[in-house]
Design a binder for this molecule. Sequence first.
Ligand SMILES: [Zn+2]
Ligand SMILES: [Zn+2]
Length: 402
Amino acid sequence: MNVLGTAIGLLIALGVMVFILLFGQSPQLRNGIIGKLHTFLTIHGPNTLFSTLKKVLGTKNWKRLAGCWQYCFNSRNPFLQLFFLFITGGSIVLFLKYALPHIPGIYLHSIHLYIIPTQIISLYVAYYIACSSNPGIITEENVQQFLDHYQYDGILYEPKECSTCQFQKPARSKHCSMCKACVGQLDHHCFWINQCVGVNNYRYFFLFLFTLVQFCAYGAYLCIQIYNAFIIEWGLDRAYMRDKATGNTVPLPYYKAMLHILQKDRIIGSIAILASVASFVVFLFCLYQLYLAGRGVTTNEAFKWELVEDSIDRGELWVEVDADADNGNNNSTKTTNRSKKGNNQKKPNTPSKRKIESLDEVENIYDRGFFYNLYDVFSPPQLLVNRSDNHHNINKKKNKNA
Ligand SMILES: [Zn+2]
Ligand SMILES: [Zn+2]
């Protein structure tokens, strides 16, 4: 009971934490308790920890620790890749040693003996592709193609130079301080694959996520079926117990039978719990990423849109309305800026400004509709990538949007 109770407790705590970290800054939740918990987890918690450590350790040790922190969390390093290999490799070894001898079994056909190696190979192939594919690094050679392909919307992106790469930053790109490069249509820097997720490897990132979700779900399924077979083999389906409340003898409930097996055989059960938790968490993350991709928004842009929404809430976002074309129709907006001058786009002859009241009034020009957005993710534009790297060859498919 304790093992299962702890596992369920951990599962719930992990799920809640992931939910807070993923959605705590969303416009609907950020002003409530979830938003406050997000701020605590990402700002106040770490700050309190750091200031306490600084006092306890002294300046010299603190500087050393800060150096380690910088290497671990603010620069490219293979720690999470190694952790991923360790945790998956360890689980696979334990599975092969303790669970495989029970296959085939009452509930598992011998075909699983062929599916299991295929699953293992698929996982690591997908992982390798995700780790090694070019995310869409922008170089001096290909920057013009990115500039031609991505329009500036005047809201999230305006023409400006990357101070590190020293060329004009294309719209939707971002400079990654860890990869030390500008990446086209950057989604986020992923520590698990130790590189950025951008226009060119978003599909491989999804491929890896899909593979991981079904790999973990499949592993959990096998372990649970082995436990189900134990119920039959150990005669637990025919076992009885005394009901404490009534004093009657009743058939042993399914969950009690499972708990009994878990106490006798912890390894297969632990693999099942780990695989279920991982599958569930990665599935949630996958859904969130698909939701963003379907809306034509990258993770990076999701944060930018939140800033835009903040500007709207503070009444600082205006659009210039072309009064000549307007004729009483407020929807014919030309350009947008954030209550500042320096808009480099063409000015209407008789500009008048209208305050934006809601995010619905602002158009995301990168949103081409749910299915087209997903199509773009899985069949990205053919932009020039680093020719010196074989893994960085991009799909030769024709660019639908060129
Ligand atoms: Zn840059
Ligand atoms: Zn990066």
